[in-house]
Design a binder for this molecule. Structure first.
Ligand code: 4NP
Length: 154
């Protein structure tokens, strides 16, 4: 049976992409397909390498009964393009940075909001700036759910 390696990417790898990592893993596990995907996350900047995710991200995950344990922030690596089946960016700036590193791979490398056109968002708002972790959670959950459907895991 096919397995998928998925990498979520944001700028700092402490707010949006760790949230998406935990949410997708949780949704897959709830759907009984946790063994079919391996989810990781990384940042384009490396500014928070070695740190835990943001307290606000931990808080919103816990509020929704989702584990955040065992996470350490890290930077995107040049080998990631071979290692992952999908590399999913949170905004245009992340996508541009990743395309500079890896080139254009529209089937593998795209934005999470591309999966949820009905949301009306073209990027996942960054709670580092907005302070609104609940808004980000809603989009991350909708996008993760859409990804499971795209992969025909649900
Ligand atoms: P993230 O948010 O990319 O969703 O993890 C940010 C986290 C930290 C910073 C910027 C955005 N920063 O400037 O340190």
């Amino acid at each position: 049976m096919k397995h998928y390696h998925i990498l979520f990417v944001c700028l700092g790898n402490i707010c949006r992409s760790p949230m998406a990592e935990c949410v997708l893993r949780h949704l897959a596990s709830e759907a009984g397909v946790g063994q079919r995907i391996i989810v990781e996350s990384a940042g384009t900047s490396g500014w928070h390498d070695g740190e835990n995710m943001h307290a606000g991200t931990r808080k919103i995950l816990t509020k929704h009964g989702i584990s955040h344990l065992g996470f350490t922030s890290s930077k995107v690596k040049s080998s990631d393009i071979e290692h992952f089946d999908f590399i999913i960016a949170m905004d245009d700036s992340n996508l541009n940075d990743l395309e500079r590193l890896f080139g254009k791979h529209p089937d593998k490398l795209f934005k999470l909001t591309d999966l949820i056109p009905e949301s009306g968002y073209s990027s996942v708002p960054d709670p580092w700036y907005t302070g609104d972790f609940a808004e980000t959670f809603r989009l991350v959950e909708a996008g993760s759910s859409a990804l499971l459907k795209k992969l025909e895991l649900v």
